[in-house]
Design a binder for this molecule. Structure first.
Ligand SMILES: Cc1cc2nc3c(=O)[nH]c(=O)nc-3n(C[C@H](O)[C@H](O)[C@H](O)COP(=O)(O)OP(=O)(O)OC[C@H]3O[C@@H](n4cnc5c(N)ncnc54)[C@H](O)[C@@H]3O)c2cc1C
Length: 441
């Protein structure tokens, strides 16, 4: 064989070898893909790693007060036997979250919810049944208001110093609540629908300086810039039933979910912490729920997470919920909560100098934009939307007619931003799906 022929033969052999190696690699890759798809089961093309299989009659997504209450009540009233609950965090309670700082270990600091209104009947009934002791919170006192770079200690002095043009008009001597009363005079649902941006409504009724003052005073900008007029009107109607007499459990509001969780565990609810739900989809006559580690099949599905968290969930059920105009109307309001720890209890001297044994809760308000909202406080209806929260609440109790899916939580309530609203939606779902009219004895 000539030298040239030998070179060509070697080249051909090496090319053949490379082709065989590439083909083998492709085959192994394809096999891997098949295995992953098998592990994902029938997940509508959603690729998830191999998950442990499990079956539950009811799956609850979210371990805040609404999810825990649903799970606990279904077992307590013997309506279900096999209830599983998945919570993404390493603790239960969601936005009922208390923390003890090491500098003040005897004080439970509420980083989320902090109070119950005396008229919140569902919460009060729950406190009674689970013996959660409550103590009165005392009076609120606004001591510091800051806007337009000016510091004031009362609403009136803020008005005089930072909004002087208001001093020559009808608002010169009005208190904050009188100004709101003025804005809401003769208000009806029809009128609210005509001006669906709350800020436009307020500025129309109070003038630009008037609405600016209330916006600066209230400090939560989202209420003014991103809330619908109808939502605000509906909230005003609900707030009429508040007593404004507040109570707080000794260990903070997380005493509520802690007590419900304890009862749920005793009754046999299967709870899974650090188990984020990623996919919600239909499967056969029921539902498939994929978490970080499990693929659960369920006959009934209870969704107990707010709309912001829900956005991240995949699957056909999640997609259809997200497309619905009711869901789309909802927007989360974020808040920043600051905590101050003092070297000595100065308020003890303060209350005795006021000759009062009642604690005084001092509040500081700042219209500064340097504090960024960190935690979803509660839900409101988007500015410009004409969806009523009463319709949202009705829709959520069974978003797919004829199917066993229920959505609960503050986010889908006509009383948003309150635990009472979260329980209200749970009551609705219990009635709708299990014919429970009065879940508390
Ligand atoms: C700063 C602040 C102050 C407040 N003050 C008060 C007050 O004084 N009084 C009052 O009554 N209310 C107050 N609220 C509102 C109250 O905290 C809420 O209304 C209530 O906690 C809502 O409960 P929920 O069950 O609807 O939702 P959440 O408490 O939000 O519970 C939802 C749960 O779902 C979990 N989750 C989310 N996504 C997933 C997922 N993919 N998979 C699994 N789990 C998931 C979350 O981790 C959470 O535990 C306040 C809220 C805040 C933030």
């Amino acid at each position: 064989m000539s030298r040239a022929k030998a070179c060509v033969a070697i080249l051909l052999f090496v090319s053949l070898l490379i082709a065989v190696v590439v083909l083998a690699a492709l085959l192994v890759h394809e096999r891997g893909k098949e295995n992953t798809a098998q592990a994902a089961g029938d997940s509508g093309g959603t690729q998830v790693p191999r998950l442990k299989q499990m079956a539950c009659d009811v799956v609850v997504v979210g371990g805040g007060i609404s999810g825990l209450y649903m799970a606990e009540t279904l077992l307590r009233l013997k309506k279900e036997r096999n209830v599983c609950l998945f919570e993404k965090d390493s603790r239960f309670g969601g936005r009922n979250y208390d923390h003890r700082f090491k500098q003040a270990p005897n004080i439970s600091t509420s980083l989320g919810a902090w109070r119950v209104d005396k008229m919140h009947k569902r919460m009060m009934d729950l406190a009674k049944r689970l013996t959660v002791p409550l103590k009165p919170m005392g009076k609120f006192k606004d001591v510091f208001i800051q806007a337009r770079g000016i510091f004031a200690s009362t609403f009136q002095s803020l008005k005089e110093k930072a909004f002087p043009t208001l001093m020559s008009g009808p608002f010169s001597n009005m208190t904050e609540s009188e100004m709101y009363g003025f804005a809401w005079r003769n208000m009806t649902k029809e009128k609210a629908l005509e001006i669906p941006f709350y800020r436009d409504f307020l500025c129309q009724r109070l003038g630009s300086e008037g609405c600016e003052l209330l916006s600066a005073r209230y400090a939560i900008k989202r209420d003014f810039y991103e809330e619908s007029t109808l939502c605000r009107l509906e909230k005003r109607q609900v707030f009429k039933y508040f007593s404004y007499e507040y109570y707080r459990p000794l260990g903070g509001m997380s005493d509520f979910p802690t007590a419900v969780k304890k009862s749920a565990l005793r009754l046999g609810v299967k709870v899974f912490l650090k188990e984020k739900v990623n996919v919600l989809e239909r499967k056969g006559k029921g539902f498939a729920i994929h978490t970080d580690h499990f693929s659960a099949l369920a006959k009934k599905l209870i969704i107990a997470i707010p709309s912001g968290a829900f956005e991240a969930i995949m699957g056909d059920i999640a997609a259809e919920v997200k497309e619905n105009v009711m869901f789309e109307s909802n927007i989360g309001k974020n808040v920043f909560k600051a905590v101050a720890i003092y070297g000595y209890p100065w308020w003890e001297n303060f209350t005795s100098s006021q000759n009062s044994s009642e604690p005084i809760v001092e509040r500081l308000w700042s219209a500064s934009t340097c504090l960024v909202g960190l935690m979803p406080y509660g839900q409101q209806t988007k500015a410009g939307s004409n969806v009523s929260r009463h319709d949202l609440e009705k829709w959520a109790k069974r978003p797919f007619p004829g199917e066993e899916v229920y959505m609960v939580g503050e986010a889908y309530s006509s009383l948003p931003e309150w635990n009472e609203g979260a329980l209200l939606t749970a009551y609705n779902a219990l009635k709708e799906g299990w014919e429970i009219s009065n879940p508390e004895p």
